[in-house]
Write a protein that binds this ligand. Structure first.
Ligand code: XMP
Length: 506
């Protein structure tokens, strides 16, 4: 077990993720944790994270000096290293040019750098740096502007790095962390997602006791995994409400129902609210208004069902770590209002929210889902916006357009699967445009809808490239859709990246 003390840096959860990737269990805790509490947890190693402060700044976050006397190996990263230096009698100060970005680095002999190239590239992001080492320390790496890019007191098992090994731009960064965990801390590296599941289940059980838990299922990966975890923990104390807004892809609602009702046997309630959503959306063409209506209606339906159940003690949310960062940013302009992140309306009477996935990244959520026995078809489901097909029918939403879109989208997805491109392309779907054009079919003039195909490759969905789908596959998709789906006579392929376009059309 490795303890990560958080000093507010932007990469802190990334450190935790890298540690988990090395199959070592870890926890991120606030830097204010007392030394007695730390001792009780028996960590085999402690990592001090980066942070935006300067060690001399007013109210600068700190930690007890005794941490360095526990006989437990400590690794300070960026601010963590500066703080270590400061607390142990070294000197820290501003540099003239703050260093940000990639830097050439020279590693010396150190357990941290064993087995890695002595010359490499690292990621720097700092204004202060260590100017004078504390007594008993020596420099173990340097860059052109940073003579103490790494320091250590091997005897006391104290290590500091000015750069960020957790960021992928630092070549060999994972190796460096691995060296700290395996060589210095003696970690066995036998932690698995199964252990995470077991621990979460135990924690949830303890917290919930014999209380009642309510979960809103959307059919997406995150809420499904959260529900499966809660079900494993508290069984029939959990009730899942699946609001079927009629804006899901072909067969998706039935699939969700089948998995949760049959496989988990939980108290599962599917609310068929299709008519309600369609009548509220009738004639509404503005994308933001549509999003707001769908979001509000969702809450209203959930509220009504929730009231039937009566008082519940806990509400489960499938918030994952990237949602936490995005909604915490606050400064960014609202490009699209995502209805499933951010504020929570007080729609049901409950005492607390449980967010069991709050610390996990998407791929870890998937691994957990598999561990919990969810099928691949659900675990590997591509991202799907909360407002569903409501924002993939351009302009006013009608039942007819939704049906056309569902059929065309199913064909597109089927062909991508057949071509084995489903993991290479990160998101792919059809869009029902608001445009009709003239065509000819069997000597007859047609005047029908234009359907667009959208497919992108991306890692974070913040930026994306349009996918280079081979022409023959596009051709097959086009032929099949025009032949098999009524009222579509033209297919176009979207070749814009994000930015300037977004992934979804609305
Ligand atoms: P855009 O269209 O903004 O989409 O480039 C980025 C990613 O977010 C998904 N998306 C949503 N996800 N609720 C969600 O959970 C929403 O309201 C929503 N809108 C867009 C989109 O599918 C893409 O993966």
């Amino acid at each position: 077990y490795v303890l990560i003390l958080d000093f507010g840096g932007q990469y802190n959860q990334l450190i935790a993720r890298r540690v988990r990737e090395c199959s070592v269990f870890c926890e991120v805790k606030p830097h204010t944790m007392g030394v007695e509490q730390i001792r009780e947890r028996h960590p085999i190693g402690i990592i001090l994270t980066g942070g935006p402060a300067s060690v001399y700044g007013e109210g600068a976050p700190s930690c007890p000096r005794e941490i360095f006397e526990l006989g437990v190996p400590v690794l300070g990263i960026c601010y963590g290293a500066q703080l270590m230096s400061h607390l142990l009698g070294g000197e820290v100060g501003g540099v003239q040019n703050r260093e940000y970005g990639k830097a050439e680095i020279q590693y010396l002999n150190s357990p941290l750098f064993e087995g890695i190239e002595k010359q490499g590239v690292c990621w720097m992001s700092h204004t202060d740096q260590i100017l004078k080492l504390p007594q008993g320390f020596q420099a173990t790496a340097s860059t052109a502007t940073c003579p103490y890019a790494a320091m250590e007191n091997a005897e006391r098992q104290l290590y500091g790095v000015q750069f960020h090994p957790e960021v992928l731009h630092t070549q060999q960064g994972t190796e460096i962390l691995k060296n700290f965990l395996y060589r210095v801390c003696g970690a066995k590296g036998d932690w698995q997602m199964r252990d995470y599941a077991q621990r979460s289940i135990a924690e949830i059980r303890e917290k919930v006791g014999d209380g009642k838990v309510l979960c809103a299922l959307s059919g997406g990966v995150d809420s499904s995994v959260a529900a499966a975890l809660l079900h494993r923990a508290v069984g029939r104390q959990l009730t899942c409400i699946f609001v079927d807004h009629g804006l899901m892809r072909k067969n998706e609602g039935d699939e969700v129902e089948e998995i949760f009702q049959n496989q988990f046997g939980s108290n599962f309630i599917r609310v068929d609210a299709q008519d309600r959503f369609l009548s509220r959306l009738a004639g509404v063409a503005d994308p933001e208004t549509k999003r707001k209506i769908i979001g509000e209606e969702f809450i209203r339906v959930f509220e009504q069902e929730g009231k039937k159940i009566g008082r519940v003690d806990y509400l489960v949310q499938g918030t994952i770590y990237p949602d936490v960062i995005e909604s915490g940013a606050g400064e960014a302009a609202v490009i699209k209002s995502h209805h499933n992140v951010g504020g929570l309306p007080d729609y049901v009477d409950f005492k607390e929210i449980i967010e069991p996935l709050r610390m996990l990244f998407k791929d870890e959520v998937r691994a957990l889902g598999t561990e919990l026995g969810l099928p691949d078809s659900l675990v590997w489901r591509q991202p799907f916006p909360g407002p569903g097909l409501g924002v993939r029918v351009i302009g006013a939403v009608t039942r007819e357009k939704l049906d056309i879109l569902r059929e065309a989208d199913a064909i597109f997805r089927d062909e991508i699967l057949r071509a084995g491109l489903q993991r290479e392309i990160n998101q792919y779907f059809a869009v029902m445009t608001d445009m009709r054009s003239v065509g000819v079919m069997g000597d007859e003039r047609t005047y029908d809808y234009t359907l667009a195909l959208r497919a992108v490759t991306t890692t974070d969905f913040m930026t994306a490239q349009w996918a280079r789908i081979p022409y023959d596959i596009l051709e097959r998709v086009s032929n099949r859709i025009v032949n098999e789906v009524k009222h579509v006579n033209r297919i176009v392929y979207d070749i814009t990246s994000k930015p300037p376009a977004t992934i979804e059309w609305e």
